[in-house]
Design a protein around this ligand. Structure first.
Ligand SMILES: *[C@@H]1O[C@H](CO)[C@@H](O)[C@H](O)[C@H]1NC(C)=O
Ligand SMILES: *[C@@H]1O[C@H](CO)[C@@H](O)[C@H](O)[C@H]1NC(C)=O
Length: 169
C-alpha cells in the first residue's frame, strides 16, 4: 500500500512536470513545415485545375519528413491513385525536394544513376505528379497527384504548389 502511494506520488509529479512543459516550442512556420490550412489550400487549387481538365484525381500533401498532412480522393478517382498519390508526395519529401517525380523518372531508368532506388523505403514512385513546395526558400512539403496521365498529374500538382509557394527554392 505504501509502495502504491509512493508510485502514485511519483506518477503525479511526472505528469505535472510534463504538462508544465511547452511542447509547442516553435511554430510550424518557424520550422518551415507546411500547415493544414496551407495543405488544404494547395489541394483546393489542385482540385480546381483537375476539374478544369476533367481528371478525377487523388491529391496528397506531405510534410518535409514525408508524413501525410492532408488528402483528397475525388469521386471516381482510380483506386490505385489513393496509394500512388501519397507515395509521389512522400518520394519528393524523402529527397528533401531535390527532384520532382517527373525528373526522377529519367533518373530511375535502367542504367541511370538512381536505378533501383524506388525499391527502397517501402516503395517510392517516380512517375510525374510529385512536386516539392518551397516557401521563402525553404522546402516545406510536397504534393502528389494521381489519376490522369503523368503530364496531367504534373499540371494539377503545379497548380496546387503555386497556391501556397513555388516549385523551386
Ligand atoms: C509556447 O511557446 C511558443 C513559442 O515560444 C509560444 O508562442 C506559446 O505562446 C507558448 N505556449 C504556451 C502555452 O506557453
Ligand atoms: C527524360 O529523358 C527524355 C529522353 O532523353 C528527355 O526528352 C526528357 O526531357 C527528360 N525528362 C526530364 C523531365 O528530364
Amino acid at each position: 500500500m505504501k509502495l502504491f502511494a509512493l508510485l502514485s506520488a511519483v506518477a503525479l509529479a511526472l505528469s505535472a512536470t510534463v504538462s508544465a512543459q511547452n511542447t509547442t516550442c516553435s511554430t510550424l512556420a518557424d520550422r518551415h513545415i507546411i500547415n493544414l490550412a496551407q495543405a488544404e489550400q494547395a489541394i483546393a487549387a489542385a482540385q480546381a485545375q483537375a476539374a478544369s481538365i476533367r481528371v478525377s484525381a487523388s491529391i496528397a500533401v506531405t510534410d518535409p519528413s514525408g508524413f501525410l498532412v492532408a488528402f483528397r480522393r475525388n469521386d471516381n478517382a482510380r483506386l490505385l491513385s489513393v496509394d500512388v498519390s501519397q507515395r509521389k508526395a512522400r518520394t519528393v519529401s524523402l529527397f528533401a525536394g531535390a527532384f520532382t517525380t517527373q525528373v526522377l523518372f529519367n533518373l530511375t531508368q535502367p542504367g541511370a544513376a538512381l536505378y533501383g532506388i524506388t525499391e527502397t523505403n517501402g516503395g517510392l514512385v517516380a512517375l510525374g505528379g510529385g512536386v516539392p513546395i518551397f516557401r521563402d526558400g525553404f522546402f516545406i512539403g510536397a504534393i502528389g497527384v494521381s489519376g490522369g496521365t503523368s503530364d496531367q498529374d504534373v499540371v494539377i500538382a503545379n497548380a496546387g504548389v503555386q497556391a501556397v509557394g513555388s516549385v523551386r527554392a
